[in-house]
Design a protein around this ligand. Structure first.
Ligand code: NAP
Ligand code: ZN
Length: 350
């Protein structure tokens, strides 16, 4: 029998999020059930409740930066015990046996990955409901071991923002001797600064917000540039090995391609709903690349959590009650959060 639990969701773009009831499936042999303690608010949640990409499934319950405590395990669960901390990020199911699943990049599963919310639910039918809720249930293969972070709430954003920047930083070789640019200091960008510094790279950030220039240095950046200042921008011409672009709205990527060294790359992780224009000379001159990166698989997500625990990296967060979530989304849209909202799920009474 499935269980009815409280959640926060909405039925349409113009309806504010409010309390709704959802069903969590009865525990299967390989399932883990957790009580959700904290859930981060990612700009992807905002894109989806606004139906920015056209594919939103209603009603939607957002949330994919989920930290909880295990409350029950199925008969065949080997790696989790009741009472342990655990976490769920973006991925909650996949075929488990294709080339991509075998390589631990389940986000590219040949039969189609299931995301933690707004995704076809191949087990129960309907679609998945995310972490703005009291509990989560999924197969243990997709559950992470959550290290005992001192500030557990602020560690929740690692589950999406953290892995989304860790994966391309590692792939493109962030480390000693590398000059890395970070474009946009939001939830993803501020964690990218901390992670790239912990990897040993030299970090330059580019922001549209004057108030974030000084703050970027506090976060660990070596240099911070106001992108509207043409003179400052010109100083970085052909200096950077690669740039992680976290911007959530349409912007000019050509200005950043021109900051790359030979063989450099602008790696897009932001999801502007409109297409971006790339000038031919921006990539041809210097053999540069305009690339992308999509979250990270389960093994790499665990590696990232352990890396961040070791290096004492969590997000700078504003902890809120679930009843504040609509205001939080309004503020996120205006860029008015330093740098991630995290919901304390104790505020949602079952
Ligand atoms: P966020 O906290 O809102 O940060 C985005 C930042 O982009 C803002 O803080 C701002 O930084 C900059 N920005 C916003 N609008 C801009 C504009 N019009 N022009 C230039 N800069 C602008 O969002 P987030 O949660 O970090 O997510 C960032 C993006 O990544 C979203 O589109 C999200 O959907 C996407 N995402 C992708 C993946 C993936 O797998 N690739 C995973 C998670 C999220 P400054 O104030 O510093 O300029
Ligand atoms: Zn996200």
């Amino acid at each position: 029998m499935s269980t009815t639990v409280k959640a926060y969701g909405t039925e349409a773009v113009d309806v504010a999020l409010h309390e709704i009831d959802i069903q969590r499936r009865a525990l299967q042999a390989h399932d883990v059930e957790m009580e959700i303690l904290y859930c981060g608010i990612c700009h992807s949640d905002l894109h989806q409740i606004k139906n920015d990409f056209g594919g939103t499934k209603w009603p939607i319950v957002p949330g994919h930066e989920i930290v909880g405590r295990v409350t029950a395990v199925g008969d065949h669960v080997k790696n989790f015990r009741v009472g342990e901390l655990a976490a769920v990020g973006c991925i909650v199911d996949s075929c488990g046996h294709c080339e991509y699943c075998n390589d631990g990049i389940e986000q590219f599963c040949e039969e189609g990955v299931t995301f933690s919310f707004n995704s076809e639910d191949k087990v129960s039918g309907g679609h998945t409901f995310g972490g703005f809720s009291k509990t989560y249930v999924c197969n243990e293969r997709y559950v992470l071991h959550m290290p005992e972070f001192q500030n557990l709430a602020s560690a929740a954003p690692l589950l999406c923002a953290g892995i989304t920047v860790y994966s391309p930083l590692k792939h493109w070789g962030a480390g000693p001797g590398k000059k890395v640019g970070i474009l946009g200091i939001g939830g993803l960008g501020h964690l990218a600064i901390k992670i790239a510094k912990a990897m040993g790279a030299h970090v330059t950030v580019f922001t549209t917000s004057p108030s974030k220039v000084e703050d970027a240095k506090r976060l660990g950046a070596d240099e911070a540039v106001l992108s509207s200042d043409a003179e400052q921008m010109a100083q970085y011409g052909r200096k950077l090995h690669f740039i992680i672009d976290t911007v959530s709205a349409k912007h000019d990527v050509n200005a950043y391609l021109n900051l790359l060294r030979h063989d450099g790359a602008v790696v897009l992780v932001g999801l502007p709903p409109e297409p971006l224009e790339v000038q031919a000379f921006g990539v041809i001159v210097g053999n540069r690349s305009f690339a992308g990166s999509n979250i990270g698989g389960i093994p790499e997500t665990q590696e990232m959590l352990d890396f961040c625990f070791k290096h004492n990296i969590v997000s700078e967060s504003e902890i809120i009650d679930i009843q504040y979530v609509n205001e939080a989304f309004e503020r996120l849209e205006k860029g008015n959060v330093k740098y991630r909202f995290v919901i304390d799920m104790a505020s949602l009474q079952n």
